[in-house]
Design a protein. Structure first.
Length: 645
């Protein structure tokens, strides 16, 4: 494992993986680890003498990745492309300290054994010397007496230990408090951590201290110990204690910190459902995810389910015991808010679901997935048959045959893809078709046709006008001029008729002149229609002619108005005649008006909102019939106003 020191690997952010094949199957492991965070680098251990030969060290970029992944380790990852290939993932911080400590301990003991053999000392003496160096430093350890003197003069060693822990007072009396405390310190070590030599030494020191207390020596003595006592800090250094404690805390950790923030969304079961609240199926799916988490206890699961419920759903589970399992709560909620349809009925609904008008194939597939999941949950279909039923019904209910043929979905029924794979294929094909259609619109200049139908109709009229010959253009110009002249004459007639209404005595000659003018206008319009070629009969000309005819009809009504006023003022009949009332009841209340589209001749809509194809022949026929009905109405109206004597 020298590669860790050479490459300066951050152990806290790395994992070690076993089972590497050095093939494409290793990419599945990398894609799986990328779900937890970005990867900084990969290191392959190529050491045949090492037990981790052909293992890989994968170091993450951030510590958050290891915090999320640590509760799951160690674990086994199965390759998606090759199920027979498995990877063993472990945290490097849990593997490397043991190896490093074991190798260091073995090497250190071997060196101490060599030193003991060369110096002629026992390994215990050499080890104690090294521990003194660790405790007091090399300079102070060299000035201390060697342990063999201590072995030769055990009584002197005992007295030195006693003298180290006791100091005579000025009145030649030994302080019993200090003596007793230091003796207790010497006897406080566990027997498992102190050698028999130290046990004898501590016992002798106790006896010597008792003798000194009894005899109360009169000679003032101030002595310093030539050898310090072996303490816990020397036997068990703080660094080793820290590693042991961290390992125990990490292995005994049962509730990871990242699970504490997980919380279910609120569900109340109100009808209508609130905007920010999920339906029961969505909430149930999140609960299923909670139930599959092995790091959460049943009591904690039940508590989170209860915390996510709001009235009236919370009132249903109030009587349940707090110690009940989560399945008890879910059973009650499922009986109230779950689907009560049988699995066979849900399967029948799934088989009778087809693509709607204007619905995308991907949207239709998503709708099928929801229905299929409900049918599986109710027992209508086995989970193993999910992909086969989904692909079969999509090919059966989708009306886009070209998409099914391009993706060759009919041939994939033997090995149907999953929902995720199928929806990606369909969305990709939809995007290709949309891009191709957009390129076609830009190339052919058909953008206006799809965005604004009314604008497209105007552009279509312009195209048809440009396609006419030069002679047709000249004829259109002359017709436009004649139409302007006719409009000017109509305005003049309207002004003239309004002036006539102000006069009390209107002359019959003016009425006859107006009628003559109207007759001339009708003759001009008829001549224009006969001289115009069939190519000029476009929608624009038909609209202008219809406007002219409408204006002429209005003129006729205005011409009849003076006659009606004159007849009423001339006769001044107090009561209407019976014949007049009878005739008036037979006539319609108002003059007939066009109730059809000037573009397609259909009833019920206007030309501005029409999306049908133009039909000039049918429009002309309806206009002719309307003129006949209007002329008949005008004749009957004049006959009513001018009855025979």
């Amino acid at each position: 494992m020298d590669i860790i020191e050479k490459e300066n690997v951050n152990i806290s952010k790395a994992v070690i993986v076993g089972g590497m094949t050095l093939t494409e199957a290793d990419s599945d492991l990398e894609s799986w680890l990328l779900r937890y965070g970005s990867i900084n680098r990969h290191l392959l251990i190529d050491d045949p003498d090492c037990e981790f030969h052909r293992h890989a060290i994968i170091e993450f970029t951030h510590n958050s990745a290891m915090k999320t992944l640590m509760p799951l380790l160690p674990l086994t990852v199965v390759s998606m492309s090759n199920p027979s290939t498995t990877f063993m993932v472990r945290a490097l911080s849990c593997v490397y300290p043991h190896i490093a400590s074991d190798s260091a301990t073995i090497g250190y003991l071997e060196e101490l054994q060599n030193i003991a053999s060369f110096s002629g000392k026992s390994i215990e003496e050499v080890l104690q010397t090294e521990l003194l160096k660790i405790k007091f430093g090399p300079s102070h350890a060299e000035s201390l007496p060697v342990l063999d003197k201590k072995l030769e003069f055990p009584n002197a060693a005992r007295s030195q230990i006693l003298d180290r822990s006791t100091v005579s007072s000025p009145n030649r009396l030994l302080s019993p408090v200090i003596s007793q405390s230091m003796i207790a310190e010497q006897t406080a070590f566990p027997t498992s951590r102190i050698s028999p030599f130290h046990e004898v030494e501590s016992t002798n020191s106790k006896n010597l201290s008792k003798e000194s207390l009894n005899h109360r020596s009169t000679k003032p003595t101030v002595t310093v110990s030539s050898h310090p006592a072996l303490t816990m800090d020397i036997i068990d250094p703080p660094s080793v204690q820290k590693v042991v404690v961290e390992h125990i805390v990490r292995t005994n950790e049962t509730a990871p910190m990242h699970h504490t923030s997980f919380r279910l969304r609120s569900f109340s079961g109100k009808i209508p459902r609130p905007v920010n609240e999920p339906d029961f199926d969505t909430w149930r799916a999140s609960v299923d995810l909670l139930l599959t988490d092995p790091s959460i206890s049943d009591l904690n699961r039940a508590r989170r389910i209860i915390d996510s419920l709001l009235p009236p759903a919370a009132d249903i589970v109030k009587h349940v015991s707090p110690n009940s399992l989560p399945a008890v709560y879910l059973e009650l909620l499922e009986s109230v808010y779950g689907s009560v349809e049988d699995g066979d009925e849900l399967l029948a609904r799934f088989m009778n679901s087809f693509q709607n008008n204007g619905e995308k194939p991907s949207t239709y597939l998503h709708r099928l997935q929801v229905l299929l999941s409900t049918a599986i949950r109710r027992g209508g279909i086995f989970e193993e048959e999910r992909n086969r039923y989904l692909l079969k019904q999509f090919c059966r209910g989708c009306w886009d045959s070209s998409l099914i043929a391009n993706l060759q979905l009919e041939r994939r029924k033997a090995t149907p893809p999953s929902f995720a794979e199928l929806v990606v294929l369909i969305r990709t094909e939809e995007d290709k078709n949309a891009s191709k259609e957009e390129r076609m619109r830009k190339h052919l200049g058909l953008n206006k046709h799809y965005s604004a139908p009314s604008k497209f109709r105007l552009s279509a009229h312009q195209i048809s006008a440009h396609q006419c010959e030069t002679q047709d253009d000249q004829t259109d110009t002359s017709l436009a001029k004649q139409v302007c002249e006719l409009q000017t004459q109509v305005v003049a007639l309207q002004n003239h008729s309004s002036q006539k209404e102000k006069k009390k005595n209107a002359k019959p000659d003016e009425v006859s002149e107006l009628r003559n003018v109207v007759t001339e206008l009708q003759a001009q319009i008829t001549a224009m229609q006969t001289t115009a070629t069939p190519k000029i009969k476009s929608d624009v000309e038909a609209t202008e002619i219809a406007d002219l005819k409408r204006q002429i009809a209005d003129l006729k009504v205005q011409l009849t108005a003076p006659d009606m006023y004159r007849n009423r003022t001339r006769n001044l009949l107090p009561e209407p005649r019976a014949t007049d009332c009878y005739r008036a009841s037979k006539l319609p209340e108002s003059r007939p008006r066009p109730g059809y589209c000037f573009r397609c001749a259909e009833d019920g809509h206007l030309a501005s909102s029409c999306s049908n194809a133009p039909d000039p022949t049918k429009v002309a026929e309806k206009k002719r019939k309307l003129r006949e009905r209007q002329a008949q109405w005008d004749t009957q109206q004049v006959a009513i106003m001018n009855p025979l004597n």
